[in-house]
Design a protein around this ligand. Structure first.
Ligand SMILES: C[S@@+](CC[C@H](N)C(=O)[O-])C[C@H]1O[C@@H](n2cnc3c(N)ncnc32)[C@H](O)[C@@H]1O
Length: 194
């Protein structure tokens, strides 16, 4: 069984979903072999609804963008320039299509964690790829510090039963960590670069 991030060849079956996040109507094309293809993931939606009350501006990186929900939503609601990265080619193809259909300009490119990232950001936002394993998750979360500007902040969603407590404990070694909200076992975490 291939994982959604392995680029395994699957028959394509692109489906368009009309959604509303907060008050923003958006449309997303999804396909076989990408994360949460039937509906916006609960954790992603909770993360975005939590971030909506903040005043994000500047340069943002969406790590593990999938078909583009996080990057496209933040482009719509905040005065930002957004870069989006993923390892899954189908996800990147959909993210580009979805950015166009939702009339936002984002810079979308392939990168295994930060391998092809050369800039620094005001914010890094991620719903991390739990199924990719601890090594990849820690690379994305801990190495984010090196891709944030001095005042930069990492935002993420993580589930209690996916090791939230120990991830928070480890994030605290590098960042000033605040739990912005909790619901149904999901934690929204703000990690300010120290
Ligand atoms: C939990 S999904 C989140 C997708 C999307 N941001 C959303 O919220 O719907 C995690 C994403 O990380 C991607 N991913 C897995 N390993 C990665 C890696 N090493 N570097 C970058 N992205 C990765 C997966 O392909 C997947 O699209």
């Amino acid at each position: 069984m291939g994982q959604y991030f392995t680029n395994q060849k699957l028959n394509s079956n692109i489906v368009k979903h009309k959604v509303i996040i907060g008050t923003v109507p958006l449309s997303f094309n999804t396909d076989n072999g990408v994360f949460s293809k039937t509906k916006i993931d609960f954790g992603t939606r909770f993360l975005l609804e939590t971030l909506t009350s903040l005043n994000l501006k500047g340069h943002i990186l969406d790590v593990g963008c999938g078909y583009g929900v996080i990057g496209i939503y933040v482009s719509k609601v905040f005065p930002t320039t957004v870069d989006m990265i993923d390892v899954n080619k189908s996800a990147l193809h959909l993210a580009k299509l979805n950015a166009k259909e939702n009339h936002v300009k984002c810079n979308i490119f392939e990168s295994n964690a930060y391998e092809n990232v050369s800039e620094k950001y005001d914010y890094i936002i991620t719903n991390p790829p739990i199924r990719a394993g601890k090594k990849v998750i820690y690379e994305i979360l801990m190495n984010a510090s090196n891709y944030l500007l001095d005042h930069g902040v990492l935002y993420l969603v993580i589930r209690k039963n996916h090791g939230a407590k120990s991830i928070i404990y480890d994030l605290e070694k590098l960042y000033d960590v605040t739990i912005l909200d909790k619901h149904n076992g999901f934690f929204i975490i703000e990690a300010k670069k120290r």
